[in-house]
Every structure is written in structure tokens, then in C-alpha cells.
Design a protein around this ligand. Structure first.
Ligand code: ATP
Ligand code: MG
Length: 137
């Protein structure tokens, strides 16, 4: 069964949106297979966002994701990677449709509430980076 890595970012945790976001994926019929509230080290943040290392916003992105606890999760289900991305909405909340997580709650492109793996390759890499394999089977 397909799995994806979803994370409520520090802004979403601080605003009390963990339950809202978990509920949306549960109601869609996906299965939660692992979850933890944790503070992210700079090392993990830099590794997670390694694809953006050369981008001008990389330093701010790492500062933000390490600024407070995140809620890291693994969800399982048919086509969960692509469907979760649709449920999250566009990266910039200004472009995200109402009814999506970012469209309903996002403030700006940095404070966009949630992360989700963007492909099967990313999902595999991110799940291995954030969780012990035995905890997400
Ligand atoms: P995420 O990887 O967090 O799920 P995404 O896949 O929709 O988001 P990416 O292109 O991977 O978008 O960008 C990663 C994150 O970097 C975005 O979620 C956003 O918080 C931040 N980001 C992207 N573009 C910008 C930008 N132009 N300025 C500031 N931050 C940005
Ligand atoms: Mg991304």
C-alpha cells in the first residue's frame, strides 16, 4: 500500500491545527501508520529540504522549520501521495483553493501549514529520514 510523509509545520502546530489536519486525512479514508511531535534539528531540516539548498529562501526555510515543534506523520492509502498534495493545495496559500488545507489556513508561502511528499521517490526518502522503518509498517 502506498505511503507518504506529511508534516504539520510549526505554524500549524502553534495555531492548534493538528487535529483539523489529522481529521481531514482520516475522513478521506487514509490510515495513520506513524506520528510524533518533535523539534527539528538544523541537520534534519537541511537534509529534508536539501533539494532547495541553492534557493535564496533556504536559510529562512530552515529557520522556520526549526522554530518550534512539528507533527510528523506517515499516512497510507491508495494514491495517498498525489491525493494528499491535492488536499494540501498550492504551495502559496494565495493560489490555493478554498477547501484545501493551505487555502483554508495558510498565511503566506513560508507559513503554509503543512508539508507533503511530492512523489514516490520523495516519500520513500522522507519516511526513511524521519522515522525508523519498524515504527511505520
Ligand atoms: P513542501 O515541500 O513544504 O510540502 P511544496 O512541495 O508545496 O512545499 P516546495 O517547492 O517544495 O513546495 O517548497 C518547499 C517550501 O519552501 C514551501 O512549502 C515553502 O514553505 C518554501 N518556499 C517555497 N518557495 C518559496 C519562496 N519563493 N519564498 C519563501 N519560501 C518558499
Ligand atoms: Mg516540496
Amino acid at each position: 500500500m502506498e505511503k507518504t510523509f506529511i508534516m504539520v509545520k510549526p505554524d500549524g502546530v502553534q495555531r492548534g491545527l493538528i487535529g483539523e489536519i489529522v481529521a481531514r486525512f482520516e475522513k478521506k479514508g487514509f490510515q495513520l501508520v506513524g506520528a510524533k511531535l518533535m523539534t527539528v534539528s538544523r541537520e534534519l531540516a537541511e537534509e529534508h529540504y536539501a533539494e532547495h539548498k541553492e534557493r535564496p529562501f533556504f536559510g529562512e526555510l530552515v529557520d522556520f522549520i526549526t522554530s518550534g515543534p512539528v507533527f510528523a506523520m506517515v499516512w497510507q492509502g491508495n494514491n495517498v501521495i498525489a491525493t494528499a498534495r491535492q488536499m494540501m493545495g498550492k504551495t502559496n496559500p494565495a493560489d490555493a483553493l478554498p477547501g484545501t488545507i493551505r487555502g483554508d489556513f495558510g498565511v503566506n508561502v513560508a507559513m503554509n501549514i503543512v508539508h507533503g511528499s511530492d512523489s514516490p521517490t520523495s516519500a520513500e526518502r522522507e519516511i526513511a529520514l524521519w522515522f525508523n522503518e519498524a515504527d511505520v509498517n
